[in-house]
Design a protein around this ligand. Structure first.
Ligand code: NAD
Length: 428
């Protein structure tokens, strides 16, 4: 039977945006999926897309409307799961890609979730706390029809944090008429959040970094590390590497780049960012004004932990690191992936390197359901075990098939998702 697929217009990338990058990654994995590849189209289409209007009254009495999204890419293996991003550049295509990477990530580390993501196209720095709360609550009410503890569970992402999760949990609970702590993860501890969740993504970056370094014969002690993005992921990863004896020689955020070849004082930098909102103006470091110079900094390990498409054809050749740990989602374009592979630079892909966050989100959700909470030691030990086992399995497939760690992670993940799809069959 000939296969006939009509491609909806929103699925056709007009430029190599995040969704285009994801589609190229899927094309690279397809030849390794054997008979399951007949289901591949499943992975190229989000299951459900919701676009919502989010109107709020600003403090000065004006009414403004923001565009919000929630995309459930795939739920074959369990409920949708993925963060919510507040950023002025959020687009539907970006949220689609981020939701798809969640499907792959959750399957790669084998937590029982599908993939989802949400976002609002807004610069939250322009809002007062009251406006931020009203916008978060209205957005939650609008997506209320598709989220829930067994349907789709949001979490923090860029510019969202535990306070936003608390407002989302409260809004959902008010709509339901009962307290529902399992509807979001990344909540404050006082509302059923999990110990270790805030640090989990950065900790996972560190754990996978140590595994990769061991395979490469690289010492973490004394290694020079450059980090792009000094938020939840980048700052924690930097702190853990520094605690292990590495030198953090460069940090770039949305405002500037700071360098110190002797190593930045990370706890002091965290304090500075908490007070000033940026790494700019930090003492004991030099600021460099040319943003692109960050990519040419002398270092052994590079951690992109900000936004997508940061490592591309124009800078992949300048990178001096031997190891790249993708704290961010989608930081490397497929063309850059090829350049890095040619230059023998090892990339630990996002779907593995930053999976620590969703792993502890899974622990949080399990703890909420059982109303029984674990110690931080238990959480960190379980996190480390899951990350190390996932790393080993992906490393083995990559070695056996002579493919990149990214394609190997996709092989394992897509096989799991499509097996579930096939076993469930098509409804009706
Ligand atoms: P965050 O909001 O806490 O921090 C973002 C950081 O990136 C800030 O330091 C900001 O200044 C910097 N930044 C923003 N734009 C930049 C630019 N153009 N150039 C350089 N730096 C820039 O966000 P986060 O939660 O740390 O997320 C960072 C990345 O990690 C995102 O790609 C996100 O999807 C991914 N991620 C986050 C989690 C999580 O648990 N928070 C889990 C998995 C993946």
């Amino acid at each position: 039977m000939p296969v006939h697929h009509e491609t909806p217009s929103y699925l056709t990338p007009t430029e190599i945006g995040p969704w285009g990058i994801y589609l190229e990654q899927i094309d690279r994995v397809a030849p390794h999926l054997g008979a399951l590849s007949r289901w591949i189209e499943t992975l190229k289409r989000p299951k459900r897309i919701l676009i919502v209007d989010v109107p709020i009254e600003r403090d000065d009495g004006t009414i403004v409307h923001y565009e919000g999204y929630r995309v459930q890419h795939n739920t074959s293996r369990g409920p949708g799961k993925g963060g919510v991003r507040f950023h002025q550049d959020v687009t539907l295509s970006e949220v689609m890609a981020l939701s798809a990477w969640m499907t792959v990530k959750n399957a790669a580390i084998n937590v029982p979730y599908g993939g989802a993501k949400g976002g609002i196209r807004v610069d939250p720095k322009t809002l007062s706390q009251g406006e931020l709360q009203r916008m978060t609550r209205r957005y939650t009410s609008e997506i209320n029809i598709i989220i829930g503890p067994t349907k789709d569970i949001p979490a923090p992402d860029v510019n969202t944090n535990e306070q936003i999760m608390a407002w989302m949990m409260d809004t959902y609970s008010m709509n339901q008429g009962s307290t529902s702590s399992g509807v979001v993860t990344g909540k404050p501890i006082s509302l059923g959040g999990s110990l270790g969740r805030k640090e989990a993504t950065g900790r996972g970056v560190f754990i996978t970094g140590c595994e990769a370094a061991t395979h490469m014969g690289m010492e973490i002690h004394g290694a020079r590390v450059a980090v792009q993005g000094f938020g939840n992921v980048g700052a924690i990863a930097a702190r853990l590497f520094a605690e292990a004896g590495a030198r953090i020689v460069a940090v770039q955020d949305h405002q500037t780049t700071i360098v110190n070849s002797n190593g930045l004082d990370i706890p002091a930098l965290q304090k500075h960012v908490a007070e000033c909102g940026s790494v700019a103006g930090f003492k004991n470091a030099d600021e460099i004004t040319d943003r692109s110079a960050f990519w040419g900094v002398d270092c052994d390990i590079l951690i992109p932990a900000a936004l997508e498409k940061q490592i591309c054809e124009t800078n992949a050749n300048r990178i001096k690191a031997k190891l790249i740990l993708e704290g961010a989602n989608g930081p490397t374009t497929p063309a850059a992936d090829d350049i890095l592979a040619e230059r023998n630079i090892l990339v630990v892909p996002d779907v593995l390197a930053n999976a620590g966050g969703v792993t502890v989100s899974y622990f949080e959700w399990v703890q909420d359901f059982s109303s029984f909470f674990w110690t931080e030691e238990e959480i960190n030990a379980r996190l480390a075990r899951i990350m190390r086992e996932a790393f080993a399995a992906i490393w083995e497939v990559a070695t056996e098939k002579r493919i990149s760690l990214r394609t190997a992670a996709f092989v394992i993940a897509c096989t799991r998702v499509l097996q579930a799809r096939e076993m469930r069959g098509l409804y009706p």
